[in-house]
Design a protein around this ligand. Structure first.
Ligand code: ATP
Length: 309
């Protein structure tokens, strides 16, 4: 439910963002049906470099423009420490993807705000922000272009060497090198079609190339084949190392690994803790885990449901 298919009948956020990155004017985006949602600040403040990746969300209230009386997030407050890995778990429609959209500043909240390393997102230039916060969506879009361009994805001045290194770290050279023209192979609907796991590894390579402070990951719901799954997990571990990471989690293996689970319910923080603590509390999390992760396990017996102590 995130980003890619999120706009109702209009241009998707990601496409709009991409066109913007490629230099399309606001006017063109308007013509394409995407109203510019946010205004860059007149005098943007620069994020500290290299930055540490602390996120503070305070009293965040947000309703989509189409439903102003129906807030999706309501007084959400939470903090995420530099380098911390947190999983967001909650019922469908709880607002998890919406929080990602606000973190990337595709929308501004009606109340409260989000700070990255002490600066309100509204004070940053969106381009600066989106270089520091990268997203790996559930079902990444592959463009009609070769693998070089698909991984560069709007970044200028990136050498082929850097692209290759990112692909290597993302476990993507394994399949890219085997394509007819290697990285020069045309991908997308009219080129070579990639599997779900391969698309994810391209998205991971994109993120690695950006070297972000903060990583947003929308974990795939559908099971990948075992080999692809193993490579994707390894690529994600590389990517998340030393970065603040927020994961919309669907897998038991993931929620067991993170530092903290944040349970989001109806736009608020309902509970937080480690998997075992939340299971013991026997609240919403335990119910969701039994429904969601248990089904996962039935579909996918490789998940280590009893393997850890
Ligand atoms: P899921 O796990 O099903 O993806 P979620 O917790 O990520 O759920 P969101 O996708 O954030 O939930 O959706 C929260 C609410 O906002 C839902 O009621 C949804 O219908 C609504 N919503 C999401 N995107 C938009 C949009 N672009 N415009 C209007 N309403 C939206």
């Amino acid at each position: 439910a995130l980003l890619v298919a999120s706009s109702v009948g209009g241009l998707s956020e990601v496409t709009a963002e991409l066109l913007r990155g490629a230099g399309a004017s606001e006017r063109l985006l308007e013509l394409l049906g995407q109203e510019p949602q946010i205004q860059p600040p007149r005098e943007p403040r620069a994020l500290p470099s290299p930055g540490i990746g602390r996120i503070e969300i305070r009293d965040l209230t947000f309703a989509y423009p189409a439903h102003p009386d129906n807030p999706v997030l309501e007084g959400l407050s939470l903090g995420i420490a530099p380098g911390e890995k947190v999983a967001l778990v909650g019922p469908s429609g709880a607002g998890k993807s919406t929080l990602f959209q606000l973190l990337l500043r595709f929308y501004d909240p009606q109340q409260g705000g989000i700070r990255l390393d002490g600066l309100d997102l509204r004070d940053l230039h969106p381009t600066d922000l989106r270089q520091r916060i990268a997203i790996v969506p559930q079902d990444p879009v592959i463009f009609g272009a070769d693998a070089w361009e698909n991984i560069r994805y709007g970044l200028a001045d990136v050498s082929d060497d850097a692209v290759r290194q990112a692909a290597e770290a993302a476990q993507a050279t394994e399949f890219l090198d085997r394509l007819p023209q290697g990285f020069g192979t045309f991908l997308g609907e009219r080129g070579v079609r990639l599997s779900g796991g391969q698309r994810q590894r391209i998205a991971i390579a994109r993120a690695i190339l950006r070297d972000p402070l903060v990583l947003l990951l929308d974990e795939a719901t559908s099971a990948l084949d075992a080999e692809s799954e193993r490579l994707v997990q390894r690529a994600l571990e590389t990517l998340m190392e030393c970065r603040t990471s927020l994961i919309i989690a669907h897998r038991l293996a993931t929620v067991r690994k993170v530092d903290r689970i944040l349970v989001i319910d109806r736009g608020r923080l309902a509970a937080s803790g480690r998997h075992d603590e939340l299971m013991a509390a026997d609240g919403l999390y335990a119910r969701l885990a039994r429904l969601q992760f248990h089904a996962d396990q039935e579909l996918d017996p490789r998940l280590p449901i009893t393997a850890e102590t």
